[in-house]
Structures are given as C-alpha cells and as structure tokens.
Design a protein around this ligand. Sequence first.
Ligand code: GDP
Ligand code: MG
Length: 442
Amino acid sequence: TLSDRLADTFKNLRGKGRLSEADIDATAREIRIALLEADVALPVVKEFVGAVKERARGEEVSQALNPAQQIVKIVNEELVEILGGETRRLRYAKSGPTVIMLAGLQGSGKTTLAAKLAFWLKEQDKSPLLVAADLQRPNAVNQLQVNGERVGVPVFAPEPGNGVGDPVAVAKASVEEAKRTLHDVVIIDTAGRLGIDAEMMKQAADIRDATQPDEVLFVVDAMIGQDAVNTALAFQEGVGYDGVVLTKLDGDARGGAALSVASITGKPVMFASAGEKMTDFDLFHPDRMASRILDMGDMLTLIEQAEKAFDQEQALKAAEKLTSTGDFTLDDFLQQMQQIRKLGSMSKIMGMLPGMGQFREQLDNFDEREIDRIQAIIQSMTPAERENPKLIDGSRRLRISKGSGTQVSDVNQLVDRFFEARKMMQQMAKGGGVPGMPGMPG
Ligand code: GDP
Ligand code: MG
C-alpha cells in the first residue's frame, strides 16, 4: 500500500542527521504520488509539493524527529493550512433569519445535506426552515419533504397543483415566511444539473440575488475527485460562495477534492457529510482531513509522541543540571534561570516529570521579566566577577547597576540570592535531595 511505500522511503532516510537535497527529492516524490492517489488535482499537487520542498530546505534540522518524520510533519502542517487551518464556523445574521443557500451539481448531496444541516442546527437550539427551491426534477420537492419529516423540520414549498413554480419566487417568499413564523435559519435547497450548465447557474445566481444569503455553500461530492476543481471554479464564477461542504466522505475517497477545492478557490471547507443517516454530518476538521489525505495517521501519532518524548528529555536534562553541583558560578546561575524559563514555558508537561510536581507552583508564579533583569545584571559583570562573586563590592555593585539599568538594591538582591542558591546546592550535594528550586525568584 501507499503507507508502506512511504514507510520504505522513510526507512532509507532514518538515522540521517540532516535533510539532504536527495532526501527531500525522494520524499517529495512519494508525497506527490500520495496526493495524486488521493485525487488531488495535478496543478494543486505541483504547487503544494513545491512549497513543501522549499520549506524543507529552509527548515532547521529537528533534534526530535528524523528527517522523514520532519518532512511528513511539514507536509501535514501545510495541508492543514491550505484546508483552512481552523474550522470555519457559520456566520449568523445579526438580525432577521440567517439565510443559507446550497449550490452544487445534481447528485452532489444538496437535498440530503439540507436536512442534515437543519437537524444539526436544531440540536443547537436553532429553528430552521427548509426551502424547496429545486423545482427542476419532479420528485425533488417530495424528497426534501421526506427528509424534513425525518428530522422534524418544516419545509417551505410551492403550493401543489400550481403548475411549475418559480424557484426564485419560492426562495424569496421563504425568507418572508421565516420572518413571519419566527424561524431563525432558512436553508435553501436548489436545483443542480449533472454537468455545469449556464441556465442552472443563472437560476442559482438569481436565487442568490433575491435572497441575499448570509452563507452560500458549495456542495461537492468527495468521490468526483479531479472533476471537483472544474466544478468548483464554475460555481465560483457563476454563483460565488463563502464555503464548501464535502459530501460522501464515507466512500473510499481519500478526500483529495477537499484540498483541490480549498487550494484553488481559497474558500474554506466548512462541513463534512459522511453517510446516508441524518446524523452523519459534522463541522469539517482540517487536521483530520489532512491525515486522511496523507493516509498517514499512524506516522503523525508517532511524530507527536517523538516530539513529546524529546521535550520531556530536555526538561529532565535541565532538571538534572539544576541539581548537579560543581563550581557554581554566576554564569551557571544565569544558565539555570534560562532553563527555568524554558521549563516554565513547558509547565504543561511538568506533571509528567517525576519529582517535579513540587516546582509547579513556583513555575506557575514565575515572572519572565525577572529573568530578563537577572540576565541584564549578570551580563553587566566582568568574567572575573561572574566566576568569583565575592569580588563584587560596593563600587562594583554601583557600576553593575548602572550598566544593567537597574537599582543597586536589585544587584544586592541578586548577589544574595546567588549565595543562597549556592549554599543550597552544596547541601544538596551532601545528599539532602531537592528542597526546592534553588534561587527561584520569589
Ligand atoms: P442533490 O441532487 O444534490 O440534492 O443530492 P441528493 O441529496 O439527492 O443526494 C444524491 C444521492 O447521494 C442520494 O442517493 C443520497 O442518499 C446520497 N448521499 C448524499 N449524501 C451522502 C453521503 O454523505 N454519503 C453517502 N454515502 N451518500 C450520500
Ligand atoms: Mg436535490
């Protein structure tokens, strides 16, 4: 399988210290195949792989990850970015009903989606109204009514027996109806053709103009693969839309359409639909789709674990240094402070470090500016003073305070704290354990 093939390439890379041009090329080739197999459109693949190579070249070599993992991580991050980064939420109207219009090819899943969306909104205490503005196919209105019944949401439709209704008039009237009956969201289902069609596009644009939707959603079948791009572009030009909904993700499509459409139109994918049940519907999550497209969920989990383990190791090393002694100088003291700062910013993982729980409170109360001040003071000392702080008499303290832009009292306090810390280090070295973080600013 693809995953295996990628893993093979990565096996070759494992253990290398840095990303060589050949490594990047070999991996880029596999990523390219992976994306094409996921049905991502070729121009999108080309641009994407180019961007990834560029970034891989510029990237500092990670200490936590092997080169293969590092490239996969880059690929994943770029995918998530193109897919919209964060989940894009619905924008509701500030006053009056929020109008959501669905557009897309016939069979893309609009009518099914209308009901799913209505159900989803209902669960969030909205009061949606479904609107049957697809009067093209004889059965379309009925299909929406059946779906509406399933989710317990009323359907606004032209009166039966009035001949062929005018979908624009129906859509327009539905917004008035929603105001009158106090529905706060209007979901307009529209007609589609099997192929892109000027008349259909004009009808959709007319419905849009008549109802001024808050959101126009382009509904696209994830299974159509490469065709998604042309369809998305045609609808962007003919109707325009704010977001994309991907349907039929329960099929075996890897979701390349999501990447193609998002990349080419610049519009976010907002919802994902994955099944025939009314509950098979959710907000779209770029990170989940990225790992689906890449088909490398396991690799991503490994990467996450490797990074976590690395952070933990670094924190442990820093903690070890803190408790080791030797000739403890002001340079060491400064280094410790900087390590504590690092630890502080990693305080989330502190709970995982044995014996570090006791520092928790101190780390939480830690003042970053304090470290900057300590750093400024120590850096204003001569090497001899740092090596042997006993040298630091009154006139030196005045000079240091001036040099570091602090008060003499700050210098006094620091020197006192240093001696205190050193005493503590010596006691610990004699075998007293860790009484507390030495030299922690209060
Ligand atoms: P429309 O022509 O755009 O309104 O599309 P429909 O809502 O009528 O859907 C066309 C077909 O696709 C129907 O048979 C639906 O049951 C099916 N369908 C819609 N959404 C999904 C989905 O997420 N997964 C699957 N497997 N089928 C779906
Ligand atoms: Mg339909």
